[in-house]
Design a protein around this ligand. Structure first.
Ligand code: MG
Length: 261
């Protein structure tokens, strides 16, 4: 099931996306969900065309935990070794934007990069999750763009500003709850031109590894998000660009880059 969060006439709700098509092509409808989707929920049967709503980030995370250098070819392209222990960092909740929202080019950077990533959405409160229980704590999967001020990342020991500035975490367009994430194509295009193309099967640490590693340290809450790292091909974004992250079996997350006003 594809679960979207959206606003219509000033009201915010979750809904199940039905039909064939894409956000751009149309043909999709949303069946409004009664309540919050992480527990047993009911569809209301009230349907609205997707074209009539504004899609919002599909989750409201308490935190976004991101993993760096999880694809060997990407670590190599930036001149980095594959780390012995996964590199984990936070992106703040204020960095999260939804499909169609603008990525604001930060004033303190002159080198902005896209990073297409599979995002894992957590469905229940959990800590110290054993490997065999990982699938029980996952709600679903969405597309993410770990937008990075690469020059700032090089110059500052911690990545809080480089990867945590406002609008640096586009998520969406919805959460797919029925998906085997083990071998999916992850793609980024800029203005329609392919920049990144990798497969989740090339991740150095699997989703199981990452959930075990993160929850060893901290409690994850429903709606929390794990970014699983980006494949090779990261590259520059400039003002006016349209960047799209497409993940097989999920959909396409599209955002435009603007100058911060
Ligand atoms: Mg990344």
């Amino acid at each position: 099931m594809r679960i979207a969060r959206f606003s219509i006439d000033g009201n915010v709700a979750f809904g199940a996306v039905e039909g064939e098509g894409t956000v751009e092509s149309g043909g999709l409808v949303i069946d409004i969900i009664k309540g919050i989707p992480y527990t047993d929920f009911e569809l209301s049967g009230t349907k609205v065309p997707l074209s009539k709503v504004r899609l919002l980030p599909p989750v409201l995370p308490n935190k976004v935990v991101a993993i760096g250098r999880n694809y060997a070819e990407h670590a190599e392209e930036l001149g980095n070794e594959v780390p012995e222990v996964p590199v984990a960092f936070f992106k703040p909740t204020t960095s999260v934007i939804g499909p169609g929202d603008a990525i604001e080019f930060p004033s303190f950077s002159s080198e902005l990069h896209h990073e297409a990533e599979l995002a894992v959405v957590i469905g229940r409160m959990c800590r110290e999750v054993p490997r065999e229980r990982v699938k029980d704590v996952i709600f679903g999967y969405t597309c993410a763009n770990d937008v990075t001020a690469r020059d700032v990342q090089r110059n500052e020991a911690q990545w809080a500003r480089a990867k945590g500035f406002d609008t640096s975490c586009p998520l969406g367009p919805w959460v797919e709850t029925d998906l085997d994430p083990s071998d999916l194509a992850v793609q980024a295009t800029v203005n329609g031109e392919q920049r990144q193309l990798g497969r989740t099967s090339d991740m150095i640490r699997s989703i199981e590894d990452l959930v075990v590693h993160i929850t060893e340290a901290m409690t994850l809450l429903p709606g929390d998000v794990i970014l699983t790292g980006t494949p090779a091909g990261v590259g520059p974004l400039t003002v006016g660009d349209e960047v799209a992250v497409t993940i097989e079996g999920i959909g396409t997350l599209t955002n435009k880059v603007i100058k911060r006003g």
